[in-house]
Design a protein around this ligand. Sequence first.
Ligand code: ADP
Ligand code: MG
Length: 703
Amino acid sequence: MDIKYLKGVGEKRAEAFAKIGVTKIEDFLAFVPRAYVRKVSIQQARKMPGENVVVFGKVTFVKHPARPTHPVTIELDDSTDLIEIPIFGASEFRAKQFRLDEHYIFYGKVGEAYKGYNVRLDYRDHIKINPSDENDRDFLKYPILPVYELSGELKATWVKPLTLTRIVFNAFRHLHKDDPAPAGEKLTEKILEGYSLPSRSEAVLRLNFPMEIEQVERYRKRLAFEELFYLQLLLALKRRNLKEETKGISFGTDIRKLTSDFVKALNFELTQAQKKVINEIYSDMKSDKVMNRLLQGDVGSGKTIVSVFGMLIALQSGYQSALMCPTEILAEQHFTTISDFINRFNAAAGKDYKVTLLIGGQKKKLRTEILNDIKSGKTNIIVGTHALIQENVDFANLGFVIIDEQHKFGVMQRAKLKDKGFNPDVMVMTATPIPRTLALAYYGDLDTSVIDELPANRRPVRTYLKKDTARGEVWSFVKDNLRKGRQAFIIYPIIDESEKLDLKSAEINFRNHKENIFKDYNVGMVHGRMLWYEIEDTMKDFKDGKIDVLVSTTVIEVGLDIPNATVMVIEEAQRFGLSQLHQLRGRVGRGAEQSHCILVAKYIDEVSKKRLETLCESTDGFKISEVDMEIRGPGEFFGTRQSGILSFAVTDLIKDSDVLLQARKIAFEIINDDPQLRKKENAVIRNVLLSEHKDSIYLMNIA
Ligand code: ADP
Ligand code: MG
């Protein structure tokens, strides 16, 4: 049935609903209440000041306003008591709207009750009820009513909270009729029985029209289970697809010799955690299963060198390795450190491996040369930016792909690099520790390695929180360090590089630092609107010690390594996410000296203060990421780029981590047992996947 025939909808509203994606009556089943209100007797309402409720009764009096600016006051009687409801605005219309002896439901906030006076309701909405109408009588049976988000489209057609509630109710009633199951079941009998889960129909009905408020959570979790189950099922399929169905490269290598040459070329001792991860990488690369690994490790934990070991394994079997980074500075840095290391390795192992940098903006002649070397196989390790995934880049035989700071790339970009080889092994790296639940939800198809230990020569960065009135003190602290020959970062927030005002204030501050505060020192500046080589030149000067104080926006966020920089001041720290602050802070504390990070915050409220104090107390990126997720929510955690990938209707990853683990276990068991989903008992799942997740399956096959 077209929704325009649904009671309360009609032509105009049907158009509005279509704009928010509701065209069939079944679409209402996907609605999720934003809140619930209890329907109470007026006598009960008296005892509930400050609460939102609905009351149902008969209008016994309509008090007309003395002046047009005064409210119309309705008196409602439900035989337990009387309630007075003043309604402001459009008083002439209102006065005619309510008729004596007619029945209404009113929604609003209960006022303070005074002895001897009627209690009042702070009006929010009402609907008229016809007690002889069967539909309306059914509506009255529910002790709790759902309230939904009202989009602008709906508001434009005068849909108010209770109107929408009643429309949704009418849809449910239309579908349920005498209560048979209309919401198609998406879970198998076995799961429903095995875990005593209610049916989908029951869950959907009770999520919207619960009989007791305590029920809601149980039904919400049931639906969250389903959401997470299908997500995990896709991840299980994807993983299976990659690992079992696709043949990858089995890299054969003399691991003893490789390890001994590798160690000779190192100028430090690997941490236990690095060794453990190297082993994990080796066993993946040795096998002919395609490697798909996420390497998590806090800033400075030494992921790069670990990835280099993997590159060497590929090189020893005659394959190329590629490392893709989100920025040119980072690519340049990796290129330099990897080249240095490979030079030493070549000397130790008697090899002649070649490392190449491929980034945008290189001169045409150089670029052509580089592309030729990549294509001919003359170069073995290719470090670059997005430039790597352009069409004209052909590899001789790409066997190992590494993506640094992978959350800065989209799924497609990662897939493109992978496609430059033939089923190459893939490792993605991130220095933003990801809370466990998020990791399972987003990267549940990947194997995970964690470097959970910093090199022994590191000292945790000391972090302090200062009010911006204490700046003088901060600058003199910075100067103390500069006098000792150290270097400092001063970071200004430019969340979005297009924010002109922010950039301007960073520039003004830069001049002030240069000409006044640090006039005895060399001050430099980098920001995202500079050209990459300008940034790079400045960064290089900083790295070489030609600059003492580097004023910067967040362009220095990722991976930079400058051991002599021991102080970082972060201005307006309250504007950054915790994980981002932790990452920024990771730019100092990279040498053996004690480093310091000073968070300067303006207008600091209790919440931001508490938030920032987490950072002063902890240098554990995983712990910080958990707090960050709890504060900002899973969607914001990764920033905008990835938040859209997972959009849950009912799941709350923070509350539902237990459900996630359960759904994951069951989903993986099913795929393990019946990878093609051919068993009769799994037919339900197969059908849901084919009808609702076609796009994901498509994406899964390319990415
Ligand atoms: P991240 O994990 O943040 O990418 P990097 O790989 O850039 O960290 O390593 C940070 C610095 O630590 C580099 O200068 C690197 O050479 C050094 N490093 C890596 N591993 C060790 C180690 N085991 N001992 C000492 N220094 C190390
Ligand atoms: Mg790094």
